[in-house]
Design a protein around this ligand. Structure first.
Ligand SMILES: [Zn+2]
Length: 123
């Protein structure tokens, strides 16, 4: 098994975000389809709008929870940018000439970002 910075809760939170986003998509698609086919009345729009907004907010909250969890793992910055690929941190040996670039942020650069974040927090 490859050692990574992810856990079972990562998958649970991602699944919850996906389900919530799919639910929002269904509701949004229903509204769009009704409108395109001329069935969306003002009365129906007033009825559907809070439902669509509610599913959007629920999906946003689920996504925020997932992102917050990844931030706790150190995989995302609070600005929601990936720090580095999860595998490259622990299993990509450094090449003799310097750090390997594995598609993510090089380890040395990521460590520098981490120390910069700590510096900002202490201000
Ligand atoms: Zn996790």
């Amino acid at each position: 098994m490859i050692h990574t910075k992810i856990c079972a809760e990562c998958e649970t939170l991602l699944d919850e975000a996906i389900v919530a986003l799919r639910q929002h998509r269904v509701q949004m698609s229903t509204g769009i389809s009704l409108n395109v086919h001329g069935y969306l009345t003002e009365e129906l729009r007033k009825e559907l709008a809070p439902i669509v907004v509610g599913s959007f907010n629920f999906a946003q909250t689920a996504w925020d929870d997932y992102c917050g969890h990844l931030i706790q793992h150190g995989l995302l910055t609070p600005a929601r940018k990936a720090v580095q690929s999860a595998v490259s941190v622990t299993h990509m040996p450094e090449a003799p000439g310097g750090p390997k670039h594995t598609g993510g942020v090089p380890v040395k650069s990521a460590n520098m970002q981490k120390s910069q974040r700590k510096a900002k927090r202490s201000i």
